[in-house]
Design a protein around this ligand. Structure first.
Ligand code: HSE
Length: 358
């Protein structure tokens, strides 16, 4: 199978390296780079050239941010080419339409690497949703923010030092605002909830980041044997669901509080299977490239299953309630995450959320 690679950053380069190391019957025919950066026999700065090449049956998209990636994905699907992408921002911007477009043109759209790096999270979520009613999702789904929280917690680094390290290690987005502001987790939560509940997800759900976190705040939780992790939280009850992203207060001996460095941990609860947890490296070149290659193998073998968002669930932010701990000392209980997040944004202070027990 001949593919074209769009983008040659951490993920694109690692995919190219792994395909050189292992002969799995997949050949890179072209690599799209930005004008001025395309040097080398396979490289081009023209997406149209790739689109018009009948020998390229699959596009692997690993560009940063929503555009131009989203336009390229749409064009590739319309041209009858399969697409594998690691780009959560592009996917989350138009997920239901992209799935329909793939179906309409009888091609596969696969995106395991978009959520949880090397963890086979989405594939297992899709499998669980075939038989189970998924009643809850939660997860640490951003390697950069986890790395920052862990380094501040265990080594006493400052926020800035830890972020710089995460960037040097290739975990952070080109613009790390999305990592620390919770928007990267927002994209991953939207994709995960769509697959879990098989419905188009409301795009306006609460997002609270860790950008205002200080060592003093972290220490105050530590003193109470609590830790913080930036997480997606989601609950479903009958035909309603809620979802949000926030720094979550956890007992220091919980599984999630002991997820270190760039690792992620995502959980689902199904009515038949109960709780399942998936753990592994959520960011970084080779783990993410492994997820990309797994998708490419499915396309090579024609084993990808289409996804349908044909359920009609309603968003209800009242399903996700708990206590908000604000950095100015305020503690508010029995509120929805949406209310607490709005308050944190209004007053411009850090807020950590402790969900009410299920
Ligand atoms: N910047 C992302 C993260 C990369 O830190 O998790 C993987 O999606």
């Amino acid at each position: 199978m001949n593919i074209a690679l769009l983008g040659y950053g951490t993920v694109g380069k690692s995919v190219a390296e792994l395909l050189t190391k292992q002969d799995i019957g997949i050949t890179i025919k072209k690599i799209l780079r930005r004008p001025g950066a395309a040097a080398g026999p396979l490289m081009t700065d023209s997406f149209d050239e790739i689109l018009a090449d009948p020998d390229i049956s699959c596009i692997m998209e690993a560009l940063p941010g929503k555009e131009p990636a989203l336009g390229y994905i749409r064009d590739a699907l319309r041209a009858g080419k399969h697409v594998v992408t690691s780009n959560k921002a592009a996917l989350a911007a138009d997920f239901p339409t992209l799935l329909s477009l793939a179906k309409e043109h009888n091609v596969s759209l696969l995106y395991e690497a978009s959520c949880g790096g090397g963890i086979p999270w989405l594939e297992n979520l899709k499998k669980a949703a075939r038989l189970n009613k998924i009643t809850a999702l939660s997860g640490i789904l951003n390697g950069t923010s986890n790395y920052i929280l862990d380094k501040m917690d265990t080594e006493g680094c400052t926020f800035e030092e830890a972020l710089k390290d995460a960037q040097a290690l290739g975990y952070a987005e080109a613009d790390p605002t999305a990592d620390i502001g919770g928007f990267d987790v927002y994209n991953k939560a939207l994709i995960s909830c769509s697959l879990a509940y098989q419905t188009p997800i409301c795009t306006d759900f609460p997002v609270c980041g860790i950008e205002k976190l200080t060592k003093e705040i972290l220490n105050s939780f530590h003193a109470k044997s609590k830790s913080l992790r930036l997480m997606m939280l989601s609950v479903r009850k009958d035909n309603h669901y809620a979802v949000g992203v926030a720094p979550v207060v956890l007992p220091s001996n919980s599984i999630e509080a002991n997820v270190h460095l760039n690792y992620n941990c995502a959980s689902l609860t199904g009515d038949l299977v109960g709780e399942l947890k998936f753990y592994g490296q959520g960011a970084g070149g080779y783990p993410t490239a492994d997820a990309v290659l797994q998708d490419l193998l499915q396309i090579r073998d024609n084993t990808a299953q289409p996804v349908c968002l044909d359920q009609k669930l309603l968003y209800d932010d009242g399903l996700l309630t708990g206590t908000g701990y604000f950095a100015d000392g305020k503690i508010l209980s029995g509120k929805s995450l949406a209310e607490l997040t709005a308050l944190a944004h209004q007053s411009n202070v850090f807020m950590a959320f402790e969900p009410d027990p299920a």
